[in-house]
Design a protein around this ligand. Structure first.
Ligand code: HEM
Length: 302
């Protein structure tokens, strides 16, 4: 999914379209090779991905160095964007981030924080288009929230907490199609599992898709059913779209806010038809509808 202008602007205040397009196309090559066999040989996706990541880092380093000069000359402010913030804040020991740390963090956030949320929103739109009964319930919940507010009043944190049914729907979308299909761990000790030994030091891939689609964890696992998340919800560690343990997603609550705020605004203003009913989803590496999910919006005034 191409990087959008707002995210680049928010992170680094870049506005020049060619510059953004260049970073965007490198980013897409980088993304395509992230979950590939690590064969570092010309022609493989992994190789191209590593090259693209190095090119993005070099580009980011140039931007970072230029911004440092602007900050020193008073031509940029520390609150301008994420980049200025990272350049001017220090940790509790007074140590500043290095330029390399900043470039790595921006690259991580672009990857971890952008496509995951856009994919969740895309699949949410698809699921609501396929399940009008669920759409109606989401609409009711969102309208109850809007009607309790003054005209033009923006959403508040308390409103997000009231979106319980809507979040159950988003959760069910992420159960069936987790935006991050899994991640990696390293075995710190020898592990015995199902009669096999995973030796210390081996890399392990854990899969959220397989865990979420296992009928031992979810009855009739292929069925779309947001009520699974009512009450106490799934057994711990059977539902892991954000991972688990100490390296669990840092942006989980921000993602919830982002997706629910988007959902509130689109549902309150539109209903929609899917132009390709039953459009297939492909994983490359994130789940995306193969034709880009064309829809027809119908504004409503409720
Ligand atoms: C629906 C949206 C999102 C999903 C499904 C998602 C999913 C994940 C997953 C599966 C991991 C790996 C966790 C693990 O290894 O146990 C992860 C890590 C991470 N995510 Fe997210 N994420 C989302 C949104 C975001 C956002 C919006 C941000 C930042 C603004 C973010 C920042 C991060 C970071 C920094 C990590 C690395 C944490 C670490 O290694 O300690 N994520 N995310």
């Amino acid at each position: 999914m191409p990087l959008s202008l707002p995210v680049i602007y928010l992170f680094m205040s870049l506005e020049e379209p060619n510059h953004i397009a260049k970073l965007g196309s490198l980013f897409n090559i980088f993304l395509k090779g992230i979950i590939e066999l690590p064969i570092n040989f010309p022609g493989t996706r992994f190789y191209s991905s590593k090259k693209a990541a190095a090119a993005i880092s070099a580009e980011l380093m140039t931007i970072i160095k230029a911004r440092r000069v602007e900050l020193e000359e008073g031509k940029a402010s520390s609150s301008q964007d994420l980049l200025s913030h990272l350049l001017t804040c220090s940790d509790k020991n007074g140590k500043y981030f290095t330029e390399k740390d900043i470039a790595n963090n921006i690259l991580l956030l672009l990857f971890a924080g952008h496509d995951t949320s856009t994919v969740s929103i895309t699949l949410l739109i698809k699921s609501l288009g396929e399940h009008p009964d669920v759409y109606d319930k989401v609409l009711k919940e969102q309208l109850d929230i809007s009607m309790a507010k003054e005209a033009g009043e923006l959403l508040k944190w308390e409103d997000i907490q009231k979106m319980k049914y809507s979040w159950n729907v988003v959760s069910e979308v992420m159960r069936l199609h987790p935006p991050a299909t899994g991640a990696y761990r390293e075995a710190l000790v020898d592990i015995e599992y199902a009669g096999y030994t995973i030796p210390k030091g081996w890399k392990i891939h854990w899969s959220s898709s397989l865990t979420h689609n296992d009928s031992a964890n979810f009855e009739d696992a292929a069925r779309f059913d947001p009520s699974r998340f009512e009450g106490t919800g799934p057994t711990p560690f059977t539902y892991v779209p954000f991972g688990g343990g100490p390296r669990m997603c840092l942006g989980k609550e921000f993602a919830r806010l982002e997706v629910l705020a988007f959902l509130h605004n689109i549902v309150a203003n539109f209903k929609w038809d899917l132009l390709i009913p039953g459009e297939k989803i492909e994983y490359d590496p994130m789940p995306i509808p193969v034709k880009g999910l064309p829809i027809r919006l119908h504004p409503h005034h409720v």
